[in-house]
Design a protein around this ligand. Structure first.
Ligand code: KIV
Ligand code: ZN
Length: 524
């Protein structure tokens, strides 16, 4: 009989750790609802102790959840308590706590002599910390997951000890992360097989894996682990996550499904929701999916060469191992126009996975009418972009009010902008190397800020001359980067909006960091 693989989605936690990706509470809630529609088994909603916004998002998701909601916590009481406080109202709460277990991590993170004089002493300390963390988490809820961070590079003997200890303390899931994406599929599979063989209480917990993609092997490693006994896979939509990302949910699910002939496993995922989920995550995070990305990339089902096209016309199976329809790619792309009305718009948005409340619906309806005026036909992708642009953004610190640009072959590009802040309108002008540079300079001048612009991309969302243009700007401040998106049929306006949004994200982050510091000072 086919065995079920538990899909643990960490798009909202590890995925949100992707450089530049930051989601607000409303966007996270919408993604969580979409993940529930996709029928994932576990949603890791965030890391509550890390910031008030993280706490609020986990709490809001937990409050309305029908599936297991996990929250991350280091092996510290304050983290575990905060995770539980955020999860309290969840129907099925899970505390996910972790310790670093590789020698490199132990020596790096627990270098202080208070953790022990030698590596062997420090390992003992980590073992005890892990036991205590799981035991403490168990006082709040029964469902506790323990992760051995950097298990991929952890000595197998010590890994066996720590996993056995975590299970003894009550862990119901034990997660084996390849944190640095270092292992090879054969090697990682063996590690899982070894754990099954050597950990005496292993049958009391579900073995999970969590693979990063630094060598492009995350999906292969996860599947190899499944073939050797793992029954939970941690993954993200579009494979987003720290550095090169995590194992991609859609690739794992479809690999298990398409190759069911050689691996007898199944998931409960509703694969027809894969495409909508991918689009939503990409829209809200501003992380564009590469065109050749398996399953969800724009070219995943495109056949370019004559020979391939001919083959496909005669028999789809010549070059397609799965159909685009099976993963929810909607070839007909429903078209709306300005006469479609509010109800038609709302119904289509719901089908695409969005659930705007009354205020958000008013905003999207106005944006939709303005767009429909400019381009007669509004496609699904246009709607997705509208939803990812401003609809869920509330209380923006700065908002673009007015923009005028003078540019041409014999002119010095000049931009004048007006920006609305809480209680006043700010105005400035500037020149630049081109119209976009002039706008960015004017924004920097008026806000007295000069962030490093790390990347700037413009693309057309749908086809045709009136297509909606989307600009994505990533800025950096110290170790952190922030992404802003702007859309308009005018790419100059889209660029200004994107830059302002990135700056807004940075300012929100800065305010939160100050609040957190103040809280920590009061606590001391
Ligand atoms: O990559 C990792 O090790 C993690 C753990 C916290 C599970 O994200
Ligand atoms: Zn990770």
């Amino acid at each position: 009989m086919s065995e079920r693989i538990i899909i643990f989605d960490t798009t909202l936690r590890d995925g949100e750790q992707s450089p530049g990706a930051s989601l607000n509470v409303y966007e996270k809630l919408e993604i969580a609802r979409q993940l529930a529609k996709l029928k994932v088994d576990v949603i890791e909603a965030g890391f509550p102790v890390s910031s008030p916004a993280q706490f609020e998002a986990v709490k809001k998701i937990a409050d309305e959840s029908e599936v297991i909601i996990a929250a991350l916590a280091r092996a510290k009481e304050v983290d575990i308590k905060s995770a539980y406080d955020a999860l309290k109202n969840a129907k099925y709460p899970r505390i996910h706590t972790f310790s670093s277990t590789s020698d490199i991590h132990i020596m790096g993170k627990f270098g202080d002599s208070k953790y022990g004089a030698t590596l062997a002493d420090k390992r003992k300390t980590v073992l005890k910390m892990s036991y205590d963390a799981v035991a403490y988490a168990k006082t709040f809820c029964n469902d506790v997951e323990f992760s051995a961070e950097d298990a991929g590079r952890t000595d197998i003997g010590y890994l066996c000890d720590i996993i056995e200890t975590a299970i003894e303390a009550g862990a119901t899931t034990v997660n084996i992360p390849d944190t640095t994406g270092y292992t090879f599929p054969y090697e990682f599979g063996l590690k899982i097989a070894d754990l099954k063989l050597r950990v005496k209480n292993i049958d009391k917990a579900v073995i999970s894996v969590h693979c990063h993609n630094d060598l492009g092997l995350a999906v292969a490693n996860s599947i190899s682990a499944v073939q050797n006994g793992a029954r939970q896979v941690e993954c993200t939509i579009n494979g987003i996550g720290e550095r090169a990302g995590n194992a991609s949910l859609e690739e794992i699910v479809m690999a298990l499904k398409v190759r069911n002939d050689i691996c007898n496993y199944h998931t409960d995922i509703d694969i027809t929701e894969i495409f909508n989920s991918s689009k939503m995550v990409s829209g809200f995070t501003g992380i564009v999916v590469q065109p050749n990305k398996a399953i969800v990339g724009e070219n995943a089902f495109a056949h370019e060469s004559g020979i391939h096209q001919d083959g496909i016309l005669k028999n789809k199976e010549t070059y397609e191992i799965m159909t685009p329809e099976s993963v929810g790619v909607n070839k007909t792309k429903i078209v709306l126009g300005r006469h479609s009305g509010r109800h038609g718009l709302k119904a289509r948005l719901n089908e695409l996975g969005y659930h705007p409340d009354e205020v958000e619906m008013q905003k999207v309806y106005e944006a939709f009418l303005a767009l429909a005026d400019k381009k007669k036909e509004v496609f699904d992708d246009d709607l997705r972009v509208l939803m990812g642009d401003e609809i869920y953004k509330e209380d923006e610190i700065y908002e673009l009010k007015y923009l005028h640009v003078n540019a041409g072959t014999d002119l010095i590009p000049t931009a004048t902008i007006q920006i609305k802040s809480k209680d006043k309108i700010l105005q400035e002008s500037s020149t630049g190397d081109g119209p976009v540079d002039a706008i960015f300079n004017a924004i920097e001048r008026v806000l007295e800020l000069k962030p490093t612009v790390e990347s700037y991309n413009v693309r057309s969302v749908t086809s045709g001359r009136q297509a909606l243009g989307e600009a994505i700007v990533r800025i950096r401040s110290g170790e952190n980067s922030f992404t802003g998106r702007g859309t308009s049929t005018d790419i100059i306006e889209a660029s200004a909006k994107a830059y302002l949004q990135a700056i807004n994200q940075f300012l929100v982050f800065q305010n939160e960091a100050i609040q957190l510091q103040e809280k920590e000072l009061v606590a001391k």
